[in-house]
Design a protein around this ligand. Structure first.
Ligand code: GUN
Ligand code: ZN
Length: 449
């Protein structure tokens, strides 16, 4: 039965604030036999199934019991043109960029390639439970168009931008201060605020932009203060040393971005690992947001993100995959590795805080918690349905689990796309819906016919 109104039944979990401890039950709402009513892409009611069913004539009901229903995951740092870079062997950051990543990104000059990869990219994200991405596109304007066009077709809330990079990169992968500025202006006019899209002004990092380009990036940020800004900061020791050679006047790495007026609460600073006390103070003062990328930081041997230090200083951090230096599209696996990185520093990531982080926490980092990241009435219906018994190992372990926190931790350590039963984007089911590989096969069949 087709209906514009949809009711999802299952075990509901949503967060109201960041859990301060395992006992902080006011930080979340959990309903064992709960229901969400979805209409026009939004959540219009949440409560006990027995209460909501009373007034549900003409509503299509999908029974997801015994699974968990949560807000869709948010990935706050990912590289769309690196879907075919993931799992490239043997290098740390600067060699990895030069050997694998930059050559791959040059392929995105081809708009057909960019469009085809965008389709695969969003299939991968939703299959892993991610409903919002904050992406770096390639230097080519067409790659950002491909990203936004594909997201628009799926009605996904996305943020992204073409990277600005005008030096220390191969031919075919550099813009100029002027072309980068003009292309960004054009993309902002076309996409920022269109449907569910927002633009992120994206100077890739200090090493690949001349001071002239940084100046232009600062101008863009000043002219479009409602756009996001994203870049990389202090990921790798050689990267930091090279940056300080290129900007000899800078007091530290962050000073480069500070000098060009790029810091604000719209700024997302990927990695932010090896920081000086002054940098931490400036991040706190300006409200800039570091983004923790656990699988990437381990894969490239970059270092250990100091989450506790950020929190102590009142800094709001995001968490993200950083594909293709990251090694999993799964935010569950991202939290698994994040847990281990904090363990190495004798810091603890409780599963309640972990699940808050990849949903409401990342939404707060983006200033979007009134739209995504919770199951609150009035927010957009981006929803994930999680199966804690998706594999034999999980099912066996679940036999000995008796609390919600235990279940969440099992999902965090053992879960991945196999645990994602279903994903809704603005109320539309994705897993059972259209897939680009299928579409292409259908086209093949049509060609042959
Ligand atoms: N620093 C500049 N560009 C990149 C990138 O593509 N990936 C990572 N991990 N770090 C970067
Ligand atoms: Zn990155």
């Amino acid at each position: 039965m087709h209906s514009d109104r949809l009711m999802l039944r299952g075990r509901l979990l949503t967060f109201n604030s960041e859990p301060q401890s395992a006992e902080d039950t006011s930080s979340y709402d959990y309903i064992e036999d709960g229901a969400l009513l979805v209409e026009n892409g939004h959540i219009v009611a949440r409560g006990e199934f027995s209460d909501l069913i009373v007034d549900a004539t003409g509503v299509e009901i999908v029974d997801h019991r015994p699974h968990l229903i949560m807000a869709g995951f948010i990935d706050t740092h990912i590289h769309f043109p690196q879907v075919q870079v993931i799992a490239s062997w043997g290098a740390q950051l600067l060699d990895w960029l030069n050997t694998y990543t930059f050559p791959e990104e040059t392929r995105f000059a081809n708009e057909g390639h960019a469009a085809s990869m965008a389709c695969r990219f969003f299939d991968l994200l939703t299959n892993h439970g991610t409903t919002t991405s904050v992406a770096y596109c390639s230097v080519h304007k067409g790659s950002a168009n491909a990203y936004f066009e594909e997201a628009e077709q799926r009605n996904m809330r996305v943020i992204g931008g073409k990277v600005l990079m005008d030096r220390n990169a191969p031919d075919g992968l550099r813009d100029t201060p002027k072309s980068g500025y003009d292309d960004t202006k054009e993309l902002i006019a076309k996409w920022h605020g269109k449907g569910r899209a927002s633009y992120a002004i994206t100077p890739r990092f200090a090493i690949t932009s001349t001071p002239e380009q940084m100046e232009m990036a600062g101008a863009l940020a000043a002219e479009h203060s409602d756009c996001f800004v994203q870049t990389h900061l202090s990921e790798n020791k050689n990267e930091i040393a090279y940056t300080l050679e290129l900007y000899p006047w800078a007091r530290d790495y962050l000073d480069v971005y500070q000098n060009y007026g790029l810091l604000s609460d719209k700024m997302l600073l990927g990695h932010s690992i090896h920081l000086e006390p002054r940098e931490i103070a400036v991040m706190a003062e300006t409200g800039s947001r570091p983004v923790f990328c656990p699988t990437s930081n381990l894969f490239l041997g970059s270092g250990l993100f100091n989450e506790e230090k950020m929190r102590e200083n009142g800094i709001v951090s995001g968490i993200a995959t950083d594909i293709g230096a990251g090694t999993s599209y799964s935010m569950l696996q991202t939290l698994n590795e994040g847990y281990k990185i904090l363990q190495l520093q004798d810091q603890k990531l409780h599963p309640l805080r972990a699940f808050h982080w990849m949903t409401r926490g990342n939404a707060v980092a983006l200033g979007l918690e009134d739209k995504i990241g919770t199951l609150d009435v009035g927010t957009e219906a981006d929803i994930v349905v999680l199966n804690s018994r998706a594999t034999d190992a999980m099912a066996l372990r679940m036999e000995r689990a008796s609390t919600l926190s235990e279940e969440l931790f099992i999902l965090q350590m053992l879960g991945d796309d196999r645990s994602v039963e279903e994903v809704y984007v603005a109320g539309q089911a994705q897993k059972s819906g259209r897939r680009c590989t299928d579409t292409r096969q259908q086209e093949k069949v049509l060609e042959l016919a």
